[in-house]
Design a protein around this ligand. Structure first.
Ligand code: ADP
Ligand code: MG
Length: 214
């Protein structure tokens, strides 16, 4: 099994080869084709199983294949529980996307640092925003972040979004997204709060659970 056989184009397969990824992990094998065809995904797999690339690689492929206009509305919104995780995802976008002919613009929207540089960066348009809930809402209220044209929502480490107490912020953000969109929900575990969210959020999702037998 190769990354190319999952439907990823040369720019992306080359980047992962350079990172030393010999073949896709089980969660990547299961998720990448579904994400590429626009389907919703609910995936649980233990820490270290490669969930980031499972959603980022097909997301980058889809954004590459359907270039946006010059206005650059936010098309992919990735919501995570911590700023460390957000920074890791932005770094992964840069690594996986390094050979794309038309670079995708990614903005961070996380707390703990001044909002001004983030507002400035967003003003120039962004294809992808990686955010923590509180700062995302702040930036929406400042009119710096607009979520009305988001095509794909990713919730990564969804269990920790709840255990860290972000349920309210999450609900307020979900209300700002267009009703018609792709939803990708990744989590190490699926406690009741995440299950309830998944039922509410996902449209005919493909359910992936690769923890057994690994
Ligand atoms: P998770 O989110 O499931 O905890 P990560 O996405 O953070 O896992 O990936 C864990 C590590 O595995 C990272 O260092 C990543 O670069 C690496 N990795 C991801 N996919 C592959 C692959 N197909 N082959 C080798 N290493 C990989
Ligand atoms: Mg992860």
């Amino acid at each position: 099994m190769t990354f190319a056989s999952l439907g990823l184009s040369d720019a992306l397969t080359r980047a992962v080869a350079e990172l030393g990824y010999d073949e896709p992990t089980p969660v990547q094998r299961a998720a990448i084709p579904v994400v590429l065809r626009g389907g919703d995904v609910q995936a649980s797999a233990k820490t270290g199983s490669g969930k980031t690339a499972a959603f980022l690689l097909p997301l980058l492929e889809a954004l590459r294949a359907r270039p946006g206009g010059s206005v650059r509305p936010v098309r992919a919104f990735i919501l995570v529980p911590t700023r460390e995780l957000a920074a890791q995802i932005v770094e992964a976008v840069q690594q996986y996307g390094r050979h794309l002919k038309k670079p995708l613009k990614t903005c961070l929207a996380v707390g703990g640092v001044s909002a001004n540089p983030q507002m400035l960066a967003l003003r120039g348009g962004a294809d992808i925003v990686v955010a923590t809930p509180g700062r995302a809402l702040d930036l929406v209220e400042q009119n710096a972040l607009r979520l009305g044209q988001v095509e794909t929502l990713v919730l990564d480490e969804a269990d920790r979004l709840f255990s860290l107490g972000f349920a309210d912020e999450l609900n307020r953000l979900l209300a700002l997204l267009p009703a018609r969109r792709q939803n990708l929900l990744f989590s190490a575990t699926f406690p009741p709060a995440v299950r309830t969210l998944a039922e509410r959020l996902l449209q005919e999702p493909t359910r992936i659970n690769v923890d057994e037998g690994e």
